[in-house]
Design a protein around this ligand. Structure first.
Ligand SMILES: Nc1ncnc2c1ncn2[C@@H]1O[C@H](COP(=O)(O)OP(=O)(O)O)[C@@H](O)[C@H]1O
Ligand SMILES: N[C@@H](CC(=O)OP(=O)(O)O)C(=O)O
Length: 579
């Protein structure tokens, strides 16, 4: 894939050059040569992004950037050089202040790209790195196109409906933004060739799948960089896999390696020093450290790209711009009366994401936590909404429940020992089977002779694979246990202050009992922010709605904390409710 860099030449990123097609923006007064930001300073900026802390730890964070251990010795040397160079140069070179990530819904059309450009320009005092996802539903369409290509035959590959949708969207966007067709044309041709190749081979490996979906981010970032340059804002497009995003070779689910941080910092700072321009980086993508092939970071991985850049550059803030007013009390598509959660800790956000809230990528909080960098979740469709601020700690004194998360399509296994092994040996054997088969376990509840657990559906890509893997795991487990497999379950995770677990459980069980719902398993993790309840999938949405009403719509629960009704409030460990 050609790694084109779209550039224009001027002095500073937010200097507008004279140009012919100037769009009128209601929020952005424009003079022929420069943007007049004066009207936007002060209160407007504060209203959009109220301050977090005083940013005084920025330098300290920069100096500690990349000091974690490298995973691979071969990268160690390069990393040390890069850190040395980066840390000495940072004080003079440091120009970037924040990273702003815009998800697919934020850049779904030409109109949205214009609005995002305007939004970025309303922060003249910021010098951001921009991370973009693929436009709208492009990643889904690429995946569908790939699956169809496997069986449609070479001569039909060009006619795949999703390919036409992708072409039409990107060509229309380029036309509407009045930028050069060449920005996308070679990529669209290459994409068609790739689909023909898949049709010819009649197979779509995970590696090819990653290469295929990478076209989405490669296209969106090129269009956006070209547009910024066209309106006179100097921008430079970067493919993450070319600027140091090094991952494991786990295609479709790559893990970012430590060497990424110094490499990315060095590349972005060096380029900035030589020729300042707003970096527009592809989200979601990396490069496998052994294969050198394009990898992806798992669905929704652009959030992780953003937090990785935030940590690499020691920025004062990471912003992820979405189509919702921040992290909400539950998924608004499940229950529309969900409301924004103003503050979250990294632990809460990570747990929420891990247990299925699509709004954040499960791994994305790690770099932010390690770098101590606040993450702000904002709505690009409603920038005035305060959004959610995620930090290391927050005042939990009045906090009971923060958010309810639903993970559907979950498989539950009850594994009861045949007493061929002692208790310790039994648990160890069960988990070694999952490790060997590389199957990820979500929720666990144990008693002396039995384990109940749920399997993570997101680790398994296709239906056939699920059945195959399940059959195999059951076969292995049956050598030492009696196994009962139950599909069609859902995990309802109650994210909150588990110091008040008795209160949370009392209310939750009351709600579910009133609805006649049988909870099949309950688990409270070590994280102290999550209680998980397993129920039948078919009943799950109704449960979320009822729980939401009870916890968030029926008065201030924190008043109940004044006189605790249950002992000393120490959290329940782990228990299992027999069905
Ligand atoms: N607790 C939650 N708070 C906010 N949004 C949620 C939550 N749970 C699920 N979502 C879903 O996440 C979506 C936003 O995430 P995502 O689609 O990944 O955004 P983007 O593509 O803009 O990065 C929302 O439209 C919403 O449907
Ligand atoms: N485009 C990728 C990566 C991503 O993060 O997208 P989004 O920001 O739109 O969730 C995906 O759909 O998974």
């Amino acid at each position: 894939m050609a790694a084109t860099r779209v550039r224009c030449h001027s002095n500073a990123p937010f200097t507008r050059l004279p140009h012919t097609h100037q769009r009128n923006s209601p929020t952005l007064p424009i003079s022929p040569n420069r943007v007049d930001f004066s009207a936007l300073k002060g209160p407007t900026r504060k209203f959009l992004l109220p301050p977090i802390g005083d940013g005084s730890s920025v330098t300290r964070r920069v100096l500690s950037t990349g000091c974690g251990k490298t995973v691979r010795a071969v990268l160690e040397e390069k990393k040390t050089d890069a850190i040395r160079e980066t840390t000495t140069e940072v004080e003079e070179k440091k120009r970037f202040t924040c990273v702003m990530k815009f998800g697919g819904s934020s850049v779904a059309s030409a109109e949205r790209m214009r609005e995002v450009a305007d939004l970025i320009l309303t922060f003249p005092e910021e010098s951001p790195v921009i991370v973009l996802s693929a436009m709208g539903k492009t990643t889904n369409n690429l995946l569908l196109a790939g699956e169809k290509a496997v069986s449609c035959g070479v001569s039909n590959a060009s006619e795949i409906k999703e390919l036409s949708i992708i072409k039409e969207l990107h060509l229309r966007t380029v036309k509407e933004l009045d930028i050069d067709l060449s920005v996308v044309s070679s990529f669209l041709e290459e994409l068609e060739q790739l689909l023909k190749g898949i049709a010819m081979m009649k197979e779509l490996t995970l590696r090819t799948r990653d290469y295929l979906v990478s076209f989405g981010e490669c296209l969106s970032t090129r269009i956006f960089a070209a547009y910024l340059n066209k309106i006179g804002v100097k921008a430079c497009q970067y493919d993450a896999f070319d600027i140091g995003f090094i991952t494991t070779d786990d295609f479709t689910n790559g893990d970012i390696l430590e060497a990424t941080y110094p490499a990315v910092a060095k590349r972005l700072y060096d380029d900035w020093v030589h020729d300042p321009a707003v970096p527009i980086v592809t989200g979601f993508l990396g490069k496998g450290w052994k294969t050198g092939a394009v990898t992806t970071l798992g669905r929704g991985g652009s959030d992780l790209t953003a937090t990785t850049i935030g940590k690499a550059l020691g920025l004062k803030e990471i912003q992820v711009w979405k189509d919702v007013d921040g992290v909400l009390t539950c998924d608004p598509t499940i229950y529309k009366r969900a409301t924004p959660v103003p503050f979250l800790t990294f632990d809460e956000a990570a747990e929420l994401a891990y247990f299925g809230a699509q709004v954040l990528h499960p791994q994305s909080m790690r770099p932010a936590r390690e770098g101590g960098i606040p993450v702000r979740v904002k709505n690009s469709y409603n920038p005035k909404a305060p959004g959610t601020i995620i930090t290391k700690t927050r005042d939990m004194t009045k906090s009971i429940l923060t958010s309810i998360v639903l993970k559907r399509n979950v498989t539950m296994l009850d594994i009861a020992s045949t007493r061929m092994l002692g208790q310790v040996g039994f648990l160890a054997k069960v988990f070694s089977i999952f490790e060997e088969l590389e199957i990820s376990v979500d929720v666990v509840a144990t008693s002396e002779v039995s384990i109940s657990l749920t399997l993570d559906p997101s680790k398994l890509w296709s239906r056939e694979l699920i059945q195959q893997e399940l059959d195999h795991v059951v076969e292995e487990l049956e050598k030492i246990a009696v196994v009962n497999l139950a599909k069609g379950r859902a995990i309802i995770s109650l994210i909150g202050n588990v110091q008040h677990s008795s209160l949370i459980l009392e209310r939750a069980f009351h709600v579910l009992w009133t609805k006649g719902i049988n909870v099949q398993m309950i688990s409270q993790g070590a994280s102290k922010v999550n209680i998980s309840l397993i129920v039948n999938d078919a009943e799950a949405e109704g449960c979320v709605e009822a729980l939401h009403k009870s916890f968030f719509e029926s008065g201030d629960l924190s008043e109940l904390l004044i006189q605790p009704r249950f002992g000393n409030g120490s959290p329940v460990r782990t228990m299992q409710v027999e069905n």
